[in-house]
Design a binder for this molecule. Structure first.
Ligand code: 5GP
Length: 124
């Protein structure tokens, strides 16, 4: 487990997800294009738990800028595409944990797709 992704860790740094992008460590990859990668979470919190990440190592959502507007839209549409691909026809949750209080542990922006069971609210 990596340290919490705190505000003073905003500088671009390599992470476990960078190693997955470069195929230095294995992952169960379900989708890839020029800008994004999607792979199964190693510690799934639902029957389907997939992470969608940009290949550009943006540490967290709060570090995204105006120059990332198109990329952010691409990531959301990638979530939709992957959810359809894996058959989440009854709905799913999309979550972004941002920074320490957000519970972010890997400092490379990622969108969680959680599905295959009824989600509860609030998430806690
Ligand atoms: P966060 O808590 O930062 O929002 O989410 C990080 C997620 O990355 C966690 O759900 C965790 O299980 C997942 N994760 C951490 N290390 C690895 C890994 O090496 N491979 C995969 N596939 N997922 C990982």
């Amino acid at each position: 487990m990596e340290a919490a992704c705190t505000n003073n860790m905003s500088e671009t740094q390599d992470t476990i997800f960078g190693k997955i992008i470069r195929r230095e460590i294995p992952a169960d990859i379900v989708y890839e294009d020029d800008l994004a990668l999607a792979f199964k979470d190693i510690n799934p919190q639902a029957p389907v738990h997939i992470l969608v990440i940009p290949k550009e190592p943006i540490p967290k959502l709060a570090d995204a800028g105006d120059q990332h507007q198109a990329l952010m839209g691409h990531l959301l549409l990638t979530v939709k595409r992957v959810a359809e691909q894996v058959g989440l026809t009854n709905g799913y949750r999309v979550a972004i944990n941002n920074g320490a209080y957000g519970g972010q542990t890997v400092c490379h922006l990622h969108l969680h797709i959680l599905g295959g069971r009824q989600m509860k609210w609030p998430p806690g």
